[in-house]
Ligand binder design. Sequence first.
Ligand code: DC
Length: 229
Amino acid sequence: MAHKKIIIAIDGHSGCGKSSTAKIVANRLGYIYIDTGAMYRATTLYFVQHKIDISDQQSVTEALKKIDISFQFENKTHKSSIILQGENVESQIRGLEVSEKVSEVSAISAVRKKMVALQRKMGEQKGVVMDGRDIGTVVFPEAELKIFMTADLKIRAQRRLQELNESGHSPSIEEIIDNLEKRDNIDSSRSDSPLKKADDAILLDTSHLKFEDQVEKIVNLALNRISKN
Ligand code: DC
């Protein structure tokens, strides 16, 4: 009998490689990868583009009614891109302006309510790898496999610097440390769905792990879990 598909939740701190790991794990398993951070980033981009005052609840509620977010999957390349109001905004959401505002926007309960509902819908057929901050605690507390990823702040910043340098950006290491630290603080201390390890999540510290090794570890855990399903 074929094994049933499972839900894999990958949560953790900013910049410890959750998305790149989750993407490859999904490819290896033939699962769909869902980048929930991209959904909060796209919402932030919409607020920036439409000059929404996020301290005004009414404006936020009205804007949320109009926001249309989905993912586009390319079967050949396994690439997934986020679509906002029909437009591919995958690269726009990675900019500094969005990065600086996204933690504030994602602390708004009305925003979380809409995103969580969308995420539950996307995962209802299972066979998904979803990465974020509250997947194992709030979105899918019943997920069959939960990973909580972390890594030393300086190591995370070094990795991020290398990535940004490769894509032609040249911020200082101090700027990166500052952004990662700020986001971790806001994400962990917000009252609605703070970033925290679910009791039944497996802690994975990637400070001294090679990328391929962290992928391998999660794939093995997943295959083990799937074989029991
Ligand atoms: O994964 P990321 O760095 O692209 O996420 C951007 C921000 O979105 C992050 O600082 C916190 C927020 N986020 C969240 O609150 N809940 C999620 N499930 C995913 C991201």
